[in-house]
Write a protein that binds this ligand. Structure first.
Ligand SMILES: NC(=O)c1ccc[n+]([C@@H]2O[C@H](COP(=O)([O-])OP(=O)(O)OC[C@H]3O[C@@H](n4cnc5c(N)ncnc54)[C@H](OP(=O)(O)O)[C@@H]3O)[C@@H](O)[C@H]2O)c1
Length: 306
């Protein structure tokens, strides 16, 4: 909801000058992009210095920054990938469970909204939501994917955070940005793999959706949100676009889920999320394939169109 003015009309959101964001994840991919966006838009912000699991440090950050909203882009996702979490369980719990819950709790005590970049990798296609059916998981659905320790703990935290009315949970999936040199970018990852599976998935185009998360804070939105572009795109569809826009000589090899299972430790989540709730709030939200072309492939195009 926007703010009510004296004559009863509703402002779309707060003016940049009346906002102050406190952001966790300064050295991270999403946290870095978010800070850059705030700078570009003239929104005052500070990065949190505290570790998420250290309550006293979080309280000191909030006292120093006096924010209107807090954003959490901090957490562990594992390096080189989520398999790291299988063998670093306590470290994963410390940041993603104890840390995230501590931050939510401190924010609640201070009456602050916490916009939390969470994950949609807590679902997998099932009988009620089959592959290629167009039936996506909704915000109120209970997570059904606990195949990896990372996803299992993220699902637990999401469930607990439902009790915090000050939290806006954004279910991010397979994030993509226009920076095709970034090794965290899903496109960069799959172009560098020796072999890739080919499964349609919901994905998050950060260039389009990070500005929307800022707008969500301005509107003081809370609760759970599937935070992906509408529809699904498969690995091969993305790689075909990569070949057509970036490198005409690019080739790749596919393998099956069974073959993939032999080279990874924990199973990965594949799913479609229902984006009707986000689309209702942001009518301009673009379908995944259109957003990919507009925000990623056209700005990076290296091939000739003639
Ligand atoms: N990237 C993905 O594939 C993906 C997919 C879905 C959802 N997400 C969500 O988005 C969030 C951010 O992802 P990202 O890709 O930007 O991650 P990232 O690049 O790995 O960055 C993580 C950030 O979290 C900080 N951090 C880690 N543990 C911390 C702790 N205990 N206290 C304070 N800061 C801590 C790191 O700081 P230090 O360097 O100081 O440790 C770093 O700044 C993740 O937590 C995840 O829930 C990501």
């Amino acid at each position: 909801m926007g703010l009510m003015t004296e004559n009863g009309s509703t402002l779309a959101g707060q003016e940049a000058s009346s906002l102050k964001f406190l952001i966790y994840g300064r050295t991270g991919w999403i946290g870095g992009l978010l800070g850059r966006l705030c700078s570009e838009r003239g929104i005052p912000f500070a990065y949190g210095a505290g570790r998420l699991e250290n309550r006293a440090q979080l309280e000191a950050d909030i006292a120093a920054a006096a924010p209107t909203h807090v954003f959490n882009a901090a957490g562990v996702t594992g390096r080189p990938n989520v398999d790291w979490c299988e063998t670093h369980r306590v470290e994963t719990i410390r940041a993603n469970v104890v840390g995230t819950l501590t931050l939510a709790d401190v924010c609640r005590e201070r009456g602050l909204i916490l916009v939390n970049y969470a994950t949609g990798c807590i679902f997998e296609y099932d009988g009620g939501h089959p592959l290629d059916s167009g039936i996506g998981f909704k915000e109120e659905d209970t997570p059904n994917f606990v195949g990896s320790f990372y996803s299992k703990t993220k699902a637990m935290v999401e469930e607990l955070l439902k009790n915090y009315e000050n939290v806006c949970t954004l279910r991010v999936r397979m994030p993509i940005s226009s920076d095709l040199t970034n090794p965290r970018n899903f496109i960069t990852k799959i172009t560098r793999y020796e072999k890739v599976v080919n499964i349609p998935n919901s994905m998050t185009i950060l260039d389009e959706l990070l500005p929307i998360s800022i707008e969500m804070a301005k509107r003081n939105l809370t609760g759970i949100w599937n935070f992906t572009n509408p529809g699904v795109v498969s690995h091969n569809e993305i790689l075909e676009m990569y070949r057509d826009y970036i490198d005409p000589n690019f080739t790749w090899k596919n393998f099956t889920l069974e073959e993939q299972a032999k080279v990874i430790v924990a199973p990965r989540s594949n799913n479609e999320l229902d984006t009707a709730k986000l689309k209702k709030e942001f009518a301009e939200l673009q379908p995944i394939k259109e957003s990919l072309i507009r925000h990623v492939f056209e700005p990076n195009q290296k091939t000739s169109t003639t």
